[in-house]
Design a protein around this ligand. Structure first.
Ligand SMILES: Cc1ncc(COP(=O)(O)O)c(C=O)c1O
Length: 331
């Protein structure tokens, strides 16, 4: 793997390209929209039934999908993964895949956003009052769309994130299936407080053997010498992780899913996170110590550029069916 050629330490942010304006939308939808019981409402007005086990028991699964320059990214792969989560949780969707597909298009079109963060959510619903029989629950579907969310702002990405490796153990994969995209986040959230207390910006949790797993909303990659490693167990198979592995295949970079002890991560030459909420995000400090020379490394920069160049061109994209014709992009 070449770690020195063809790169330059500066990230090429998508903000460097002329941004398309959001499409004119009803000002009530400026903060985003939600899809509730078949109706699209302003996101801040969306409400859910209090007795839904999605709320009372964190019994829910979700998919987060990005829209970049008017294109959903890997929408059918996200819908496939959603179906996988539903199957693993034994949830019967109350509406067919085609209706969910239509709902996400309608939300983005109604909001009029060019760059958006879309979340589709299935909750367990509830059994009749007085019953605790999970088999009597009827699942509920709901969704929202807000402007694109970054785990780290482009400025923070340029200098790299500062991360804390917690000794908190991520909820065991033998208790809660990490391949389901779920909301069991109390371990992450307490870990984030630990990170903030130490001056870091986010956290990575370990498993019972001390191998790093993932963090709140992201997967992890580390270059250790000539090897590019990513945890192989105990984490979600994130869409951006999958995309990064495919990018590496295209670029002739070998990625090894492997056990990654926290100590090995501390000695890495490069580390980056992958997430729908921001793509590939360099990490330049772990628990206060610099990684490599303290700047985003060459493999990270190369993959970051490749990812965003392709995204800007609509790679793996599905155009949003907006309700009106697109404006002409400024040259
Ligand atoms: C626990 C967890 N791991 C990893 C990820 C990254 O997945 P993706 O690349 O699909 O956003 C997420 C995304 O929210 C997540 O919640």
């Amino acid at each position: 793997m070449s770690t020195t050629t063809g790169t330059n330490a500066r990230l090429a942010w998508p903000e460097d390209t002329a941004p398309l304006p959001d499409r004119p939308a009803d000002p009530r939808f400026a903060a985003g929209v939600a899809w509730i019981d078949g109706r699209i409402v302003p996101v801040e007005e969306a409400t859910l039934p209090l007795l839904d086990w999605g709320f009372l028991r964190s019994d829910a699964c979700q998919e987060t999908i990005s829209v970049w320059n008017g294109q959903f990214f890997r929408l059918s792969d996200h819908l496939d993964r959603f179906e996988r989560s539903l199957g693993r949780l034994r949830m019967e969707p109350p509406l067919p895949r085609a209706a969910i597909h239509q709902a996400v298009h309608d939300m983005v079109a109604t909001a009029g956003f060019w760059r958006a963060y879309v979340q589709i959510i299935m909750t367990r619903g509830r059994p009749p009052i007085g019953s605790r029989d999970i088999r009597l629950c009827r699942s509920r579907f709901q969704a929202f769309c807000i402007p694109f969310v970054w785990i780290a702002s482009p400025e923070v990405q340029q200098r790299g994130m500062h991360v804390h490796i917690s000794d908190r153990v991520r909820i065991s994969a033998s208790s809660v299936d990490p391949m389901v995209k779920h909301y069991h986040w109390l371990d992450f959230e307490m870990g984030m407080f630990d990170a903030f207390d130490r001056g870091a910006e986010t956290v990575v949790l370990v498993d019972q053997s001390g191998n790093v797993t993932e963090g709140p909303g992201f997967n992890l990659f580390a270059r250790v010498g000539d090897r590019l490693l990513t945890p192989r167990n105990g984490m979600l198979d994130g869409m951006t992780r999958r995309t990064t592995i495919e990018l590496c295949e295209d670029l002739g970079i070998t990625v090894e899913p492997a056990d990654l002890p926290a100590e090995m991560l501390r000695r890495a030459d490069e580390v980056f996170l992958t997430t729908t909420a921001g793509g590939l995000i360099p990490v330049t400090r772990l628990d206060g110590a610099a990684i490599g020379d303290g700047a985003p490394g060459p493999v990270t920069v190369r993959l970051h550029r490749e990812y965003w160049q392709r995204r800007n061109l609509g790679w793996k994209g599905e155009p949003v069916t907006y309700f009106q014709a697109p404006p002409t992009q400024a040259a």
